[in-house]
Design a binder for this molecule. Sequence first.
Ligand code: GLN
Length: 540
Amino acid sequence: MQKFIFVTGGVLSGLGKGVVAASIGLLFKQQGYRVSLQKIDPYVNVDAGTMNPYEHGEVFVTHDGKETDLDVGRYERFVNVELSAAHYMTTGQVYWNVIRQERTGAFLGKTVQVIPHITDEIKTRIRKALEASQAEIGVVEIGGTVGDIESLPFLEAVRQMKDELPGEDTFFVHLTLLPHLSTSDEIKTKPTQHSVKELRGIGIQPDAIVARTELPLPASVKQKIALFCDVPKDNVIEDPDLPSSYHAPIKLHENGLTRCIALGLGLPVREPDLAEWTRRVGVMSSAQEKVRIGIVGKYVELKDSYISIRESLTHAAIAEGVDLAIEWISSEDIARAGADGLLARVDGLLIPGGFGDRGIEGKIQAARYAREKKIPCFGLCLGLQCMAIEYARNVLGLARANSHEFDLDTPDPVIALLEEQVRVVRKGGTMRLGAYEAALAPGTISRTSYGAPAVAERHRHRYEFNPAYRERFEKAGMKIAGTSPDGTLVEILELPSHPWFVGVQFHPEFTSRFLAPHPLFCSFVHACRSSGSPSSFSSS
Ligand code: GLN
């Protein structure tokens, strides 16, 4: 069995297509189907690796080292599947491959055109994604909004698939917005009608409309959408505002989405097993004990830049049964005003990854504050590097210690370019990317948390802890808690004299899932609970 569910969006961007696609994936996986998910991003970049998190949110890294859109992370978190480069497609990749084939002479004598050559390439990649996961059902999200010039070849390709495959093998879900006019207290359907008209102009008739709405959807409005958009009334699915994205699968299921897709695909109508999911969502809204975690970053105005970290903390907080409060603290504010005032209220501190020197000194000050005040501190990638720089400066007495990324003239480059990076000049897809193994030292927090002697975690970096300083760090009390299997690269630093001070060169936030929280995040949140800050004991 090979069936495809295509998810498109209309009216405006940011309605939550990724959440709807991930929810559909979960609802079918929990019926026992093998499911794959794929994100199509119509922009011309080959991947998300060269894009600014300000514009596009976090860059999510797959186990095989593809730098993808944050929606791929959302799929993995929701559906608890491992996706790969095959599950992420951009215009850049499609054209790149077609042009490469043209140069080798694959189309000799032919005129290479968007239809059929580009659309054929798109269809091949959609099928390959399903096959890569040996899946029965492929959920394919087409990024952007219907009407965008960039998404036209993708919509044309999936239109062709609809015609080529048996009728019950494709299903089109279209997500729209129903604005509410407060002056007349009306829910308006016209933008939905227009976006469906646009979609039909391309040759795609949606099978279901998922309608984002602030207010409950009256039967009359549902009926109107059904009539004007030519879908059965039961296939107009209300998608209300919810306390969290994890409430969405439950709500969309209650509102009939699973049933209408199953019927459309000729599948039996079954109940997905949402028991554990629902239990965890319940913990989210009922937990009393508050844990405040400060994230010291440079993109704090744009929370999507750290979405996997936020979600990993959420998963761990649920596992610990606590109510998570994240304080977003700008590293530049710390550099300007000092750590004391800004960090006084937090039970734990997380220093995320990043690139470039903006805000670095604030992160280093934050690491010092956490170390000296014995507040749990979790450094991820650049976070580990800042912890090492801080330790070198203030414990080893190397006052000008730094990373070569920020200061090429530093006399003490405790963080230096990875050997393999020295000759790298091209920027796209050239970092140390994807899953690499780390061997864990006995008796460390990491080893205890993972409960295993080795672990594979995802990476995205060019710099590393400089091995020339290893001995001096160890003599001064810093523990090398994890290394590459050959012992050469430092993967984890821990401070045994501190309750919880762990820096990792990798990104554990990319492998935490709603139903399977990450052990290091759980250990961190657990340590924050007992960190002794007065805020741990109050729920208000
Ligand atoms: N900029 C640092 C490096 O390239 C850290 C990267 C990161 O935090 N992802 O090594």
